[in-house]
Ligand binder design. Structure first.
Ligand code: F6R
Length: 615
């Protein structure tokens, strides 16, 4: 998760850029940089590794002039944090500069092509291909905004980008592809700003325009032109931001839950920060404090959690079995702690907890330590209790989760568990170099696929909520890696809509729960095109034969499911290891929209608390 800020107007840009970056520093702080174009069309860049204070020092030593500029705070995903890898990135001519938030999934292919055409690269980042692509198009005679647009169309993945061109002064081009974080244009008197989020604009202007995925803006002092990335003009719509800080913190969304659902591709990227390397492929988890010899001595893994975090453990166990071939089990922490469990020094016990304060999980982890186990926490709150109990902590990096129903912390737990499974598999020699490389390439596709899942079905949820809110009980079914997702889908649905829902393995249906199926009991079936697809189609037939309404989560374009289910929510085709994260998204949105339709208090559902610090 990186922060982007831009300014164009008649004031000196540098102080405004630094202030803007200060407000965005929570998004990343391993390096920062700014670029300006002065009135003699000179483009200048300053960068510094570490916190923003270092950049401020650099700028004081060597000030920049100019009334237009862009800046960036970085959370490294590609290439270690250093001055060369810090943004902004220049193209070879020194006339184009770009700041970027996202992962260029096809960067190796793009870079190889550019190198073959004579481009030279300085950094180890994926982002540097972007200014080079733009320069290539400028050399072909395209105007700057058009060159940015055409370059953007070549990028795979989800991105937020802002760029400057020395020969197109007084304009910033900014764009958004998928959901790699927002791009908001702020409109001030005779000046405009570009920012990753609304809170960074609160003190500057209440008047804003948020770019939708697939839109770009050419921003000038007196306003901006918006178009789609396919080149069609979009009428400019200005909104007035609320001055209430809570409303502002919701970033324009009606509820924190929705904001947090929408943030998932971006925070998934944060969880990958500094943990994935592409050349050669590797997963590096500095936070896992066990030597390779200790990791090789682990005989089994036990994962502990409660509620949504328990569902994450169920997937974690499957990831670890697949990628590390280690026996792994998922345990309800409250049961584990009272069972006198069989764990010892050869057992790795992993506790998953968003808050890091859940009493049952903390006590279970203490119990594991008393038995001499190796312990690791996966947690979202730095410094929370669990970090003081475990031998090591992997932070989820999901950012504060305010909605009581956990959404982005769930998917970021899955990201962390996938990385952990890869790390264990590689260290134990189960995953060879080629397999690690494939895994890294697969994981890098995740934010992009999650972004696509967020964009699909956009108009479907309102009518579906109206259709389904009248039922009083639901069954959610899934198989394989999607079984825990069925359970999580049901939990999310019941806790915010207050309608009873039960999640289970689809095969379990015929062993009892099918007795419930009738025209008043909808079944939500996760039926993606995977190895168990045919079996899932069979389960859907069984439900339809008993007149149960079926809402399916299906792979886009699947006509068989479209024919058999009453309604379908589509997701993009995804590799099996990423399907759980992708399938989670429509289930969260279905729960959210149904709850809104029912009039429940979505962010603070009755009887619940964000941290359950009691037994
Ligand atoms: C459900 C939910 C809860 C929590 C559970 C554990 O949406 O949020 O089920 O997952 O209370 O909380 P943490 O992860 O903080 O240990």
């Amino acid at each position: 998760m990186c922060g982007i800020f831009g300014y164009v107007g008649d004031r000196q840009a540098t102080p405004l850029l630094l202030e803007g970056l200060q407000r965005l520093e929570y998004r990343g702080y391993d390096s920062a940089g700014i670029a300006t174009v002065d009135d003699r069309r000179r483009l200048d860049v300053r960068k510094a590794t570490g916190k923003l204070a270092n950049l401020i020092g650099v700028v004081q030593q060597a000030p920049l002039a100019g009334t237009v500029g862009i800046g960036h705070t970085r959370w490294a995903t590609h290439g270690e944090p250093n001055d060369t890898n810090a943004h902004p990135h220049l193209g070879g001519s020194g006339k184009v500069v770009v700041v970027h938030n996202g992962i260029v999934e096809n960067y190796q292919e793009l870079k190889d092509n550019l190198i073959a055409r004579g481009h030279r690269f300085d950094s180890a980042t994926d982002s540097e291909v972007i200014p080079h692509l733009i320069e290539d198009l400028l050399d072909q005679g395209k105007p700057f905004p058009e060159a940015v647009r055409l370059a953007a169309l070549q990028l795979k993945g989800a991105h937020a980008i802002a760029g400057l061109h020395a020969d197109t002064p007084n304009a910033i081009v900014a764009l958004r592809i998928g959901n790699a974080g927002g791009v908001v244009v702020g409109h001030g008197p005779g000046e405009c700003y570009v920012s990753s989020d609304l809170p960074a604009l609160v003190s500057l202007t209440p008047t804003v325009t948020s770019l939708a995925p697939g839109q770009m803006a050419v921003v000038r002092a007196n306003g901006c032109d918006i178009s789609t990335l396919s080149g069609e003009r979009v009428p400019l719509q200005k909104q007035t931001m609320a001055s209430n800080p809570i409303v502002a913190a919701k970033g324009g969304y009606r509820h924190f839950m929705l904001k947090e659902i929408m943030e998932q591709p971006e925070v998934a990227m944060s969880a990958l920060r500094g943990r994935l390397a592409f050349d050669p492929g590797s997963v590096t988890l500095g936070e896992v404090p066990f030597t390779p010899d200790v990791i090789r001595s682990i005989a089994r893994v036990v994962l502990l959690g409660m509620g949504t975090s328990l569902h994450a453990t169920q997937l974690g166990a499957r990831f670890i079995e697949r990628l590390a071939r280690l026996p792994a089990s998922a345990e309800n922490a409250a049961e584990f702690r009272y069972r006198d469990p069989v764990v010892d020094k050869d057992t790795l016990v992993v506790a998953i907890t968003q808050s890091g304060e859940t009493a049952d999980t903390l006590e279970a982890l203490n119990e594991a330590r008393r038995h001499g186990a190796l312990t690791l926490a996966i947690c979202n709150v730095p410094g929370s209790q669990v970090t003081r109990i475990a031998h090591g902590t992997m932070l989820m990096h999901a950012g504060p989760e305010i909605g009581v129903a956990s959404t982005k912390a769930f998917t970021n737990s899955l990201v962390c568990l996938l990385l952990l499974a890869g790390h264990l598999g590689a260290t134990r020699g189960h995953l060879r170099d080629e397999a690690v490389r494939d895994l890294v390439d697969t994981i890098a596709r995740m934010p992009g696929l999650m972004g696509q899942a967020l964009e699909m079905n956009a108009t479907a949820f309102g009518p579906l909520a109206a259709e389904y809110a009248r039922y009083r009980r639901f069954l959610f079914i899934g198989r394989g890696l999607l079984e825990p997702i069925a359970r999580e889908g049901a939990l999310k649905f019941k806790e915010v809509s207050y309608i009873h829902a039960e999640g289970m393995a689809a095969a379990e249906l015929k062993h009892g729960p099918i007795a419930l199926v009738d025209p008043e009991t909808p079944v939500v079936a996760i039926a993606l095109k995977d190895a168990l697809y045919e079996k899932m189609v069979g389960n859907i037939h069984a439900v339809r034969a008993r007149k149960g309404p079926v809402l399916a989560i299906a792979t886009v374009g699947d006509e068989i499911i479209a024919e058999h289910a009453n309604h379908v929510l589509w997701v993009p085709a995804a590799p099996p290891l990423l399907a759980p994260m992708v399938a989670t998204i429509p289930l969260q949105l279905f729960a959210y929209h149904t709850a809104v339709y029912c009039g429940s208090d979505v962010d603070q559902p009755r009887n619940l608390a964000k941290s359950v610090t009691v037994e």
